[in-house]
Ligand binder design. Structure first.
Ligand code: HEC
Length: 123
């Protein structure tokens, strides 16, 4: 009898935890966290990931400019354009043709939104 009660309590606990986990709100924070992960992935699709060329430490240049503070330098539209059409506005001191012009194909719309959400947190 006692065992049955423990068993029922255990089931209730498991379902309770599952309910908590499932109810986390799918807001911007989740997207930014996913974008953070994606940005720092070594490879995205067939390409070297963003983090192989971009640091998020101020003034640290790898191949491209540091993206620290990017959300203070540009708005969402600028960030989106910089990813999809890197040649549109070149950052001073960096050559054209270095940032791959492939992200419109390599990233799904959702992945692009996630990376933009993440970069918008770098104020
Ligand atoms: C092979 C190196 C390389 C990779 C990979 C790369 N970038 Fe870049 N990126 C650059 C260079 C170089 C520039 C500066 C020249 C320019 O504006 O296109 C730049 C510019 C930018 C800018 C504008 C920065 C500013 O200060 O205005 C953003 C935003 C950006 N990249 C985001 C990304 C994201 C997001 C990814 C991954 C999806 C990525 N880059 C992948 C090299 C790279």
């Amino acid at each position: 009898m006692r065992k049955t009660i423990y068993f029922i309590l255990l089931i209730a606990l498991v379902f309770g935890l599952a309910a908590c986990g499932g109810s986390s709100s799918g807001g911007g924070d989740d997207a930014a966290a996913a974008g953070d992960k994606l940005f720092h992935q070594a490879v995205i699709g067939t390409q070297a990931g963003c983090g192989t060329c971009h640091s998020v430490t101020p003034d640290e240049v790898i191949v491209g400019p540091s993206l620290a503070g990017i959300a203070s330098r540009g708005d969402e539209a600028y960030i989106r354009e910089s990813i999809l059409d890197p040649e549109a506005k070149l950052v001073d001191g960096f050559p054209s043709g270095t940032m791959p012009q492939v992200w419109g194909d390599e990233l799904s719309d959702e992945q692009l939104d996630q990376i933009v959400a993440y970069l918008l947190t770098l104020k």
